[in-house]
Ligand binder design. Structure first.
Ligand SMILES: Cc1ncc(COP(=O)(O)O)c(C=O)c1O
Length: 386
């Protein structure tokens, strides 16, 4: 079978794939069908937190698959309960709803916010303020939440109840929060798909204060930034704020589909039986994988992420053909003189996989990528950018 031809014929053409077929991998090295190795700086867009086929993750997942691979949410399973407890203990949140993806984790966050505010202020208070240039997912509601017109154009009518504020403009946020009957503000502390741009510290703190003052909820979308990516377990921890709701997915289960919506004390009992649900949410195999990932996101790993990040910032800042370096931790954007897509293609030819985000080259390596591989890959990127 010619995999690429068959894929192009039968898989919906929503992805502009690179002409590379990956068949195997170990850690931060992946191998294509012709046996060529690549240093992987994509980690499946921030998913394979410890790289491909990591031994500890693999063992945890296989052991659970050999016991029970799925039960309906009408019954209890250990990995689901254990993971929820770990997430709450590590964040100070009170309860968790599990789903399968980032978009679903955000959908749940919005449902919780609307229900909580309807109960406390009335059902008219249903507006969710998100930021321009944000990205919150591909369901119709999350497209509407996403503050980028290019995602809206083909899919109108959008879901009402979302307005978009300019990032890093607290005055504008205050005006919007007053102009609308607002339930919640939802932000990404580092806008990933929007070009890997970290929000200003003062702004994030101001938004958290504003939410408290106006008695509206603060949702932080940690789908891409979460699970150690920015050098702390969740990116809001870099800003010293406490959100009411935190959504995450991507790197949580290290390569299996799992979304989580963490609920703070105020909203922990907002959802009642029947208000929300998911057939696969909290799947024991995905949760067992996530437990094994979360157990390893400790102070020493986070210190390593910050070190590697520092190295990358220092290496790329001022390098030929690189106009700016943005991001946080191992979530990095390079504004390059040449088109980002051309750089990614050149890197692939040289055996390094990286991504784009808007007009930037985006790097999301595994959290434990060995320094030697990171150095090698950085040299290739520098060469391709120059
Ligand atoms: C910040 C953010 N939110 C939500 C999503 C959607 O996640 P998923 O593709 O798992 O639905 C993404 C995906 O890139 C994201 O980066």
């Amino acid at each position: 079978m010619n995999i690429q031809e068959t894929d192009r014929e039968y898989v919906a053409s929503t992805y502009d794939r690179y002409p590379v077929t990956i068949t195997a991998g170990k850690g931060s090295i992946v191998t294509d069908i012709d046996g060529k190795d690549y240093i992987d700086l994509t980690s499946g867009i921030g998913v394979t937190s410890f790289g491909v086929c990591d031994d500890i993750w693999y063992k945890a997942v296989c052991e659970q698959a050999a016991k029970v691979q799925h039960m309906s949410n009408l019954f209890y399973t250990e990995p689901c309960a254990k993971l929820a407890e770990m997430l709450c203990e590590r964040t100070g949140m009170s309860k968790v709803f599990f789903s399968n993806s980032g978009a679903e984790a955000n959908e749940c966050a919005v449902k919780v916010a609307r229900k909580y505010i309807a109960d406390t202020k009335g059902p008219d208070y249903n507006t969710i303020i998100t930021l321009k240039n944000s990205f919150h997912g591909r369901t119709i509601a999350m497209l509407s939440a996403t503050g980028q017109d290019k995602f809206h154009e083909l899919f109108r009518p959008l879901t009402p109840g979302f307005v978009h504020a300019e990032a890093n403009n607290l005055e504008y946020m205050k005006v919007l929060a007053d102009a609308h009957k607002t339930a919640a503000i939802m932000i990404e502390c580092v806008q990933g798909e929007g070009g890997v741009i970290a929000l200003d510290e003062e702004y994030v703190k101001g938004v958290a204060e504003l939410a408290k003052e106006k008695e509206i909820l603060l949702i932080v979308d940690e789908v891409q930034t979460g699970n150690g990516r920015t050098g702390h377990l969740y990116s809001y921890m870099n800003y010293d704020i406490i959100p009411d709701i935190v959504s995450t997915a991507k790197g949580l289960a290290g390569g299996l589909p799992l979304g989580a919506t963490m609920l703070g004390g105020k909203v922990k009992d907002t959802l009642k039986p029947g208000d929300h649900g998911s057939t696969f949410g909290g799947n024991p195999v995905a949760c067992a994988g996530a437990v094994s990932i979360l157990e390893r996101i400790d102070d020493s790993l986070m210190a390593g992420v910050r070190e590697k990040s520092k190295y990358l910032f220092e290496t790329f800042k001022g390098a030929a053909g690189i106009e700016s370096v943005t991001g946080m931790g191992l979530m990095m954007g390079l504004k390059t003189t040449k088109p980002a897509k051309d750089i990614v293609k050149a890197c692939i030819a040289e055996g390094v996989l990286c991504l784009t985000a808007k007009d930037k080259v985006r790097l999301l390596p595994a959290l434990n990528i060995p320094d030697e591989l990171l150095r090698k890959a950085a040299e290739v990127i520098k060469k391709c950018c120059a």
